[in-house]
Design a protein around this ligand. Sequence first.
Ligand code: MN
Length: 243
Amino acid sequence: MMDLHTHLDLYPDALRLAHKVNGTNSFTLCVTTSPRAWEATSRVFSQFSNIEIALGLHPEIVSRKYVELNLLLRYISLVDYVGEIGLDGSPQNSSSRIMQKHIFENVLSETSRVGGRVLSIHSRRAVSEVLTILRAYPKAGIPILHWFSGSMSELNDAVNLGCYFSVNALMATSEKGAKLISLMPHDRVLPESDGPFALQNGEPLSPMSSNDVVLELSRIWNMPQAEVQIGFENTLKQLQLVR
Ligand code: MN
């Protein structure tokens, strides 16, 4: 099993859960929401060989964490994975939009400078702007659009730009999400949970639930589950996430 976008550090009793996840998943990408959180999580989770910690600054908390931008830029050369970063176009975050954009552009400029990174990107209600900025930084690395919820034509643009997609079981069980997934190239899709924020029947999605994503994708793509699973493993290798 694997999880390409989890907030593992934010679950209650995270350390105990991390031991279990490390033993169960072959690969887990724990994204962080601020550089200070990355520092703390890296210290605690560095013992786990199957868990990677991504350095991020979540667009929804930019108003409070903008002061950590210099720290974020300074740490980029040290990490292999950057996330959660991106833009959020929801009305409640409109006041931080200029700061969000400034941070996203600066991060991509810095990842370009250091040779590119794997990027886990938030794009809720902001897909076309995210793609416009990605297009301006072609050497920024490999973009993985997490929980993509744009339009069909935005999906097409993202595919043409070379984006990957991490999808979760909630997305796959919604009508629009399933439609989007049906149109994604099979070799650009990886499983995520986005737990503990993503809730299914009131419970956070587990970082050890990629088998549920396999099951849903097998249905949507009309492919045997084993083939979906092998596809995930090959895609992960393509991204050179496994070292
Ligand atoms: Mn997230």
